[in-house]
Design a protein around this ligand. Structure first.
Ligand code: FAD
Length: 475
């Protein structure tokens, strides 16, 4: 997908030399082959171009880059793990990429305050591991956790599979260090839970997708490490049955219900068909599945999970279920779930949505969206899956079998229109957790409150008056 934007000025060799001086020769990339991984993303959906990728090694270097860019009106695209799904990290129009991956230090872990201060390029999985080593939990978890970064997670306000219990990335950050477009460094690396000293600047940068500044470090919350984790894979007849199981689970397990993922049969079949070493944990086939997890500091999770499933079977909500017997079975259940996005690619064109509606409306949403999409494109294959506990469904649609991918993808906007229409009627959001980027930028003014858009534009103009910070994204 190519995005048309105003042309950026070509960089002179002299200016490239000045940027090079800031980060050092080794970390200023100009070779086309070396630049390639920074300008495309793994699904091959977005392709950009850039004359220069800068890989700074400190906040001061990021600051010097922004100052120079600002003096010469050079557009910058901040990038972390390059796993974003809305084209926000791609230089669509020849911008300079600022890759934060070398900022990979964990500066401080404080188990008394339950905080961890990470640089922006720390990979999420590394942050999780370091927390675990000191008997704490950093709960953010998503399929891309082996490569996405803390800076990217905060800039997209990532959700993932534990938001049900711990909230989204925004709720896990106490403080931020941010370099502004003009190079000033906003030092807000606070460990404080309580700090009522004026406007909440931190939350401006979280979810801003790199359009307001570059996050260079963050102080994150740590949580008690659960000592009993129990995971079940459940077969059901319908999303309505899954909703009833969610209600039973929340009554029975209260705050220890950490994940509740709804999976359509097609999403499971694609993972099994295209993933390596993936199998359906249940012997029978069901139209819908739930992957649920309880995490408790005590040894009561197994009994609670068994009681939930017994109630579900008794009430006719659950058709069949299996509880992971050990860590490797638990990993196998999650692998099936985590492969779902990648497993759609071999099935041809896939039109993606990341929507949320009130939890109670999810079954109706799926029913109405399936009917509308299949009326629009007979043979289209809806592959809904996602975080039912958060009302967040990845409502993806695969092309009809035997059709042309290009013909199908040409109808992206039409499919979006019918799906978003249902979402908006239900009081939902067109972007639950992936962000706006370029993928939904043109849609945003039609679906968001007018005054909110005005305020967003005003904030952007104040913090980035020259428009050099990730131009053309979000707004
Ligand atoms: P990037 O992709 O590099 O960048 C994303 C955005 O943040 C861009 O706009 C970029 O400019 C900006 N940015 C990056 N770093 C900085 C920084 N330091 N300062 C300022 N701006 C910055 N997302 C979810 O929310 N939930 C999921 O369950 C989920 N599952 C996924 C599963 C798979 C298999 C994949 C491929 C992606 C998934 N994602 C999910 C999307 C993606 O992983 C998240 O958006 C993630 O937070 C992006 O992190 P990143 O480091 O890769 O950021």
């Amino acid at each position: 997908m190519n995005v048309v934007q105003p042309a950026t000025q070509p960089l002179s060799a002299e200016l490239i030399g000045r940027f090079r001086k800031i980060v050092g020769d080794k970390y200023a990339v100009t070779d086309t082959a070396e630049i390639a991984p920074y300008v495309t993303e793994e699904r091959d959906l977005f392709h950009g171009k850039s004359p220069l990728v800068l890989r700074p090694g400190s906040t001061e270097e990021v600051s010097a880059i922004c100052k120079l860019a600002s003096e010469h009106r050079v557009a910058l695209v901040p990038q972390g793990g390059n796993t974003g799904l809305v084209g926000g990290q791609t230089p669509h129009n020849g911008e300079v990429v600022v890759s934060l991956r070398r900022l990979d230090q964990i500066r401080d872990i404080d188990t008394a305050s339950n905080t961890m201060t990470c640089e922006a390029g720390v990979v999420l999985q590394v942050a999780q591991q370091r927390a675990s080593e000191v008997d704490r939990l950093f709960p953010l978890s998503l399929g891309a956790e082996g490569s996405c970064t803390i800076g990217g997670n905060l800039s997209t306000n990532a959700g993932g599979t534990t938001a049900l219990a711990y909230g989204v990335a925004r709720e896990m950050a106490l403080g931020l260090q941010v370099v502004l477009a003009d190079g000033r460094i906003l030092n807000g690396l606070s460990k404080l839970k309580k700090d009522n000293t004026g406007y909440d600047l931190r939350n401006l940068f979280i979810g801003a997708e790199g359009t307001l500044g570059i996050i260079t470090a963050a102080t994150l919350k740590l949580f008690p490490k659960p000592h009993a984790i129990e995971t079940a894979f459940v077969g059901l007849k319908s999303p309505a049955a899954a909703l009833r199981l969610l209600s039973i689970s929340q009554n029975e397990a209260a705050g220890t219900l950490t994940s509740f993922e709804l999976l359509s049969d097609l999403a499971v079949h694609f993972s099994v068909r295209h993933g390596i070493d993936i199998r359906d944990p249940l012997s029978g086939s069901y139209p819908w599945y739930v992957l649920m997890e309880l995490s408790s500091p005590r040894d009561d999770a197994r009994a609670a999970l068994e009681s939930i499933l017994a109630q579900g079977l008794e009430n006719g909500v659950v058709e069949d279920a299996v509880i992971a017997a050990n860590l490797s079975q638990r990993s196998a259940f999650w692998k099936l779930r985590d492969e779902m996005s990648a497993a759609q690619k071999p099935e041809g064109g896939s039109i993606k949505h990341d929507i949320s509606v009130p939890v109670v409306a999810v079954p109706d949403f799926i029913e109405q969206a399936n009917a509308a999409v299949m009326k629009l494109i007979p043979g289209a294959r809806p592959v809904p899956f996602g975080h039912l506990g958060d009302g967040n469904i990845h409502y993806n649609v695969s092309q009809p079998v035997g059709g042309e991918a290009a013909d199908f993808l040409a109808r992206w906007n039409e499919v979006n229109a019918v799906v978003f229409d249902i979402v908006l009627r239900m009081g939902g959001s067109i972007s639950a957790e992936h962000g706006i980027g370029v993928l939904k930028r043109d849609e945003l003014p039609h679906v968001k409150d007018k005054v909110a858009i005005e305020l967003m534009r005003g904030i952007k103009a104040m913090l980035d008056p020259l428009g050099i910070m990730n131009p053309g994204k979000v707004l």
